[in-house]
Design a protein around this ligand. Structure first.
Ligand SMILES: [Zn+2]
Length: 150
């Protein structure tokens, strides 16, 4: 087994988090405790700020290694129809404000161009559904409706 950049990064992260060489060896897999110690020395990480505390066997919490993270499908969010104003129009470029979802609908060169207008999610210019859409350009429509029922 070889030290790929990714594994070296994992090693650094785990070491910084305070795991022992044997814990790191287990986490990385395919490597011995001695190999981990040798690598740590070669990387010059040996003198870490937090001294090794009394090692107590603790159940590791959720693994924090991005490389091993599995994709968890999020529940689908229903995209609402754009807000309709009192006069029957949609939220135009002139009507849009910070308290409205800025998801564009239609062609910006057309008169009907408007914005979603729903209440934005905290910290986002978009509502819940559009914020999610914004960060995953490819919307996967799942066709498993009703399969959960048993
Ligand atoms: Zn929206």
């Amino acid at each position: 087994m070889s030290w790929t950049d990714e594994r070296v990064d994992q090693l650094k992260n785990l070491w910084t988090e305070g795991l022992s060489a044997s814990q790191i060896a287990r986490a990385l897999g395919g490597v011995t405790r001695n190999a981990v110690i040798g690598k740590v020395h070669r990387l010059g990480l040996a003198g870490r700020a937090t001294p090794t505390r009394t090692e107590r066997p603790r159940v590791p919490s959720a693994p924090r290694m991005p490389a091993l993270r599995t994709h968890i499908p999020e529940p689908p969010v229903v995209e609402e129809d754009p807000v309709t104003l009192e006069d029957g129009t949609h939220v135009s470029v002139l009507a849009i404000n910070d308290r409205m979802c800025r998801w564009p609908i239609g062609d910006p060169s057309e008169n009907e161009f408007h914005f979603c207008g729903h209440k934005p999610k905290a910290g986002s210019p978009y509502c819940e559904a559009h914020a999610r859409k914004a960060y995953q350009p490819q919307t996967h429509h799942r066709r498993d409706k009703g399969r959960m029922a048993s």
